[in-house]
Design a protein around this ligand. Structure first.
Ligand code: SAH
Length: 267
């Protein structure tokens, strides 16, 4: 066997999946069928890439930033006509240009870009990209799936709940990766079903981020100044909607976030 002397790069979050059982769980939860076009982010040495192709999808697009993996990924490209490898930065890529356009994501993503990457990919739900299966760091999974009244609740979690649902499918031990990372992981599943226009709505995003900006403050105080609304304006809106003026962002349920946003937009 040829020794692989390519050092795993921390800045690219390189921890390669080596557990066949976990690979199988990602594949089965992706619920792949012959008509699916799939997007993978961070193909690495192509382990998940091969498994996705073997499950008989119509097309697979994989993104990878590190060209040291050309030998593996170009071999896969030679063997599979229904596969395209894109040598690019997943944070700068123009996803809208993909043909055929993907309807699913299945990926063991670089953990350091989890939140901005998912925010970005939500924008393509309206083109049909609605089912996402990711391997993420365990703490990130807990934030993404956090319910109201929990400390882990954060803006993207609320945005996902407004658009669909998030489930933690399986906890994954750090021992399933090489090199072994210092964190555990989870496989998560996101299904987007509604409110697709929110994904590209800058005010919605600003609203959520402002709301959570200072966690010890009341939501009302955090929101003051949004769209030039005064504290008094927000007091009135909160009272009209029956929302407690002393609520904190992490305690507000998704339905109330949406109602509040509707009011702000309509006022
Ligand atoms: N999917 C592979 C590799 C996971 S490690 C496996 O499961 O084994 C994460 C991968 O994402 C690495 O290959 C890394 O080079 C790649 N990566 C990191 N940052 C990236 C970026 N901004 N754009 C595209 N790929 C990236």
């Amino acid at each position: 066997m040829i020794r692989d002397n390519r050092v795993a790069l921390k800045r690219y979050g390189q921890n390669f999946l080596v557990d066949a059982n976990i690979l199988g769980i990602i594949i089965s939860h992706s619920c792949l069928c012959e008509s699916d076009c799939v997007l993978e982010i961070g193909a690495g040495k192509g382990v998940l890439t091969r498994a996705l192709l073997e499950s008989g999808v119509k097309f697979l697009h994989s993104l990878e930033i590190d060209e040291r993996f050309r030998p593996e990924l170009e071999e896969i490209a030679r063997e599979n006509e229904n596969f395209a490898i894109h040598w690019t930065d997943a944070m700068k890529f123009d996803y809208g240009s993909l043909r055929p356009f993907p309807n699913k994501i299945a990926a063991n993503i670089p953990y350091n870009i989890t939140t901005p990457l998912i925010w970005n990919l939500l924008k393509f739900a309206n083109l049909g990209l609605t089912r996402h299966v990711y391997m993420v760091q365990r703490e990130a999974a807990e934030r993404l799936a956090a319910k109201p009244d929990t400390k882990a609740r954060y803006p993207l979690g609320v945005a996902l709940e407004a658009m669909g649902n998030v489930k933690i499918v399986k906890q994954v031990s750090r021992k399933c990766f090489r090199p072994v990372p210092d964190v555990d992981s989870c496989i998560i599943e996101i299904n987007l079903e509604r409110n697709f226009s929110l994904a590209g709505d800058e005010l919605w995003r600003e609203f959520l981020h402002r709301g959570f900006a200072h966690r010890r403050k009341f939501l009302l105080n955090n929101l003051e100044g949004l769209r030039n609304f005064s504290r008094g304006d927000f007091l009135r809106i909160f009272s009209e909607l029956g929302i407690d003026a002393k609520i904190r962002a992490e305690d507000l349920d998704c339905e109330s976030w949406l109602k509040l946003y509707e009011k702000i937009c309509a006022t």
